[in-house]
Ligand binder design. Sequence first.
Ligand code: MV4
Length: 678
Amino acid sequence: MLESVLIANRGEIACRVIATARRLGMRTIAVYSDADRDALHVRLADEAVRIGGVAPSDSYLRIDRLLDAARRTAAAAVHPGYGFLAENAGFARACDDAGLVFVGPPAVAIDAMGDKARAKALMADAGVPILPGYHAAEQADDALVSAAAEVGFPLLIKPSAGGGGKGMRVVREAGELVDALVTARREARAAFGDDTLLLERYLDGPRHVEVQVFADAHGGVVHLFERDCSVQRRHQKVVEEAPAPGLDPSLRARMGEAAVAAARAIGYRGAGTVEFLLEGDEFWFMEMNTRLQVEHPVTELVTGLDLVEWQLRVAAGEALPRGQSALSLAGHAIEVRLCAEDPAREFLPATGRLAHLKFPTGAGVRVDTGFEAGDTVSSHYDSLLAKLIAHGADREQALARLQRALASLQVVGVTTNAALLSRVIAHEQFRAGGVDTRFLDRYPELLVPPADPPNTVVLLSALALYAAAREEARTQARAIGDALSPWAVCDAWRLNKPGRERLELEHDARHWTVTLEQADDGGVHIGLDEVPAGHAAQPVAERTTGAGTRHYARFDDDPQVRTTVTLDGHRRSLACHVTGDSVTVWHEGEAWSLARRPMSREPEDVDAQGSLSSPLPGQVIAVHVAEGDSVSRGQVLMVVEAMKMEHGIRAPDDGTVVRVHYRTGDSVAEGEPLLVIE
Ligand code: MV4
């Protein structure tokens, strides 16, 4: 085995490579930019070398500095990870020239696949299915126009130097072709410095199915089955799984053989991925990625192999650890990419300090990340926070495990796409299996977060803030050694009356008012007093809540376990994080952050005569009592809507209703008596 490896990368993939290299007894060397001085990959490595400033062009893309770092540390090998220089043939050559083992394919194989037109010609010769199209050197308009007539419409223009969907254009009819060629050339030249184009028959809704291949330096080539990566947004993969749902064994074998033929045709070595478009049971070569991919963990989980170990062994000159007949699939694995980005703001990358970070654990769950709590997510690099991967005996179990994993994920400090991921894997169409590349276009609602928190979340947020405040007060009391003093008790207790608190909570400029009242047995009576207008009553535990309903909640007795709450007899662990006046509550895959507005005592909405008045000018939207009814303290008598809020009018004490002045639908002025209680 190689003595040491320098990882010319950062983030989760650097951490991933370090883990295997260490397990194999190798010395691990990290590199870092100024932004990554304290990053996890640096902390994990045995040694680390600074390679420059924050910009990738001044650090992770600097071949000279990377080679210099390898020389200074006497590294035996260089692992490029993915992204940055992973598919840069110049880097592979520079490593060879410096006597370093490049953990990747030969430079000529990177070159062969980097040019899409050349790759297609090579694949056609090797008998790999390719889409009908034009990929010759002649690029004059009339050559392309006559080629297009042969290909037929709709067709796709692809830049030969591109990849990953960049610069592609669909042309629906012949009349649009020449204009499209002009634009496509200009874009290709700007993006890749090369305006060679190729034409291809356009498939309307293909699946993206890719095959993992491995080759050694002794003529051994195998495939490690396929991954389905059809769920993408703007050519960014969102979900990846292995095996591809619904792929029958004979199609799997045909695709595997085609991928092996592709690797053989270019004298491949190491880990590679052959991407295919699949429609029905027909598939066509799309491109080959000459690196280890982000989504390799799903292949690892269904094959039981460590692909980084295979890469390092192959790079060291060993033969492939297993032949094709010794490889098999076990179960199903699904990966989602957790990114620091804001789906509500056009997926703008989110940055900030990870004030709180808790990743899921448990059977069948794997998390690959380069971050720990307290780390900062900067704007200089990609937004991948972590990959959450679940493995199960079958797809259903893998999905169930992933769903629970996402539900127990906690990230505070940067916005993420976690809720979107939950919605995607919960979607009926996705659960049915075998969605195509237009899945997210077809269900745009998956990308949009729900506007308002459910009422349960508002109540749980209030409970979490209330409990945190009480615990804080107890801690302070203990600190001053005067825990028994009535002044140290901060539970809203007040003379002759049970303690009562009003909390005003805010989310997205919408407000809720919650009243909490200490019960004699240590529990809390809690109710929503005011909710934004149009906010429907929703079930909370076994009851329905809207403005007015009262609930009963308790916390676990152990003050350390403030995270267990029983609401109306439904005990559950409450995933919440309180910082100052804000609370984040995780509920059914969504993370909700609500802020507390300055706390006030419940206002006295009772006038001297015992009549109840309207807090604001508004309209009566519900009357829950009639004259002569007995009522108990806290009971909601009427609901008034004012200023787009619903206000519950509660009985200030036990008594009897003697007058009801208004009916549903009536308008009321501010301060107007609504009803009278004796
Ligand atoms: C296509 C195609 C339809 N027809 N080629 C996108 C990424 C790039 N590697 C190739 N891509 C496509 N090529 C033909 N002839 C549709 C896509 C495509 C796509 C492919 C895989 C995953 C997601 C995609 C989303 C849109 C378009």
